[in-house]
Design a binder for this molecule. Structure first.
Ligand code: A2P
Length: 314
């Protein structure tokens, strides 16, 4: 089974199916890993205002671009509107701040990070109540926010706009206005999103998987706080066995499985060897029976790590 290296978007722009995830790395470590990722061949970089690392990512990217427009055009840079910005009148301001911190004059993709909003508190992207719960504002007008995001395209400073973390009903409502260029959701072997992938494929929307390797650092934090068990995807016996059969690593099997399902992925690593490994996925192939076996591991909603109903109350 041939796996394409790119999603071709409207107008012919190409979004690499493997991108570099940047959540949860300190600025210094991130700058170094982004340089390693560029050397390893990554061209798609994913961040978000809420990760509070746009400036560090921007420094590493602009150093590599070195003022050359041809180099900038090689890159596919993605950032996201934070939940506190989910109000139509605030969208341009949040977008401008992201662009400024990234040090770029245009973005390849701007994504609505969540369908819900936090209260808008200038300078505080993660506003909490005294009991530690998030200050959620449930009055978000999803469609109005989406229209404001779509409007950004008119400025020419963003080429594509997409959404993240929406459910099927929300996705259909957004599509009634205009189809997102991309849907970013949690997808991995334990949370396979079969129904959502079916719908997105019907609608012709590329899916990019976050937490494709199970975001172990986040899972460990959640496990400590909730007492819930989060299996380590990389040590699942079935994944190990398939990795051995192909003389590949468990991470490569997980990522190749994602790609063979037609889904892109943004694995994150700060380790140069693993950064390289996570993009070396093109010259091996999982068999039909391996795909079938991996498909049975799915735990559906119970396999989700990034569960907003949990994280909101942590
Ligand atoms: P590290 O940064 O030390 O490599 P996800 O992309 O699902 O969020 O997962 C990221 C986690 O997976 C990080 O803890 C990262 O650790 C680890 N990781 C990334 N690539 C690999 C790999 N090839 N093998 C093992 N662990 C990996």
């Amino acid at each position: 089974m041939t796996v394409e290296k790119y999603f071709v978007l409207q107008g012919g722009d190409r979004m690499p199916r493997i991108g570099f995830g940047t959540w949860q790395a300190s600025d210094e470590v991130l700058e170094k890993s982004v340089s390693d990722a560029l050397s390893a061949g990554y061209r798609h970089f994913d961040t978000a205002r809420a990760y509070e690392n746009e400036a560090a990512l921007g420094r590493a990217l602009t150093r590599w671009i070195g003022g050359e427009q041809t180099r900038r055009k090689e890159l596919f840079v993605v950032t996201k509107l934070p939940p506190g910005g989910n109000r139509p009148d605030l969208v341009p301001e949040y977008f401008n701040n992201s662009l400024k911190d990234l040090g770029l004059d245009y973005l390849d993709m701007y994504i609505m990070h969540t369908p819900f909003a936090f209260e808008h508190i200038p300078g505080d992207l993660h506003p909490k109540n005294p009991d530690g719960s998030m200050r959620v504002d449930l009055s978000t007008d999803l469609i109005a926010v989406w229209k404001a995001i779509l409007k950004l395209k008119e400025s020419g400073r963003v080429r594509h706009v997409g959404v993240s973390n929406v459910n099927e009903e929300q996705l259909r409502r957004l599509c009634a206005v205009e189809k997102p260029a991309c849907l970013q959701i949690e997808v991995h072997v334990l949370c396979q999103q079969k129904s959502m992938i079916g719908i997105a494929s019907e609608l012709g929307i590329p899916i990019v998987a976050y937490s494709p390797l199970g975001s172990k650092a986040l899972a460990d934090v959640l496990a400590a706080k909730t007492g819930r068990e989060y299996p380590d995807l990389l040590s699942l016996p079935i994944v190990q066995r398939i990795a051995d059969a192909h003389s590949r690593t468990a991470a490569q099997v997980l990522l190749r499985y994602t790609l063979q399902r037609g889904v892109g992925a943004i694995p994150k690593s700060t380790n140069p060897a693993r950064i390289q490994q996570n993009i070396s996925l093109w010259n091996f192939e999982l068999t039909e029976s391996e795909l079938k076996e991996l498909s049975t591991v799915d735990r559906g909603e119970n396999g989700r790590i990034c569960d907003f109903s949990l994280s909101i109350y942590l």
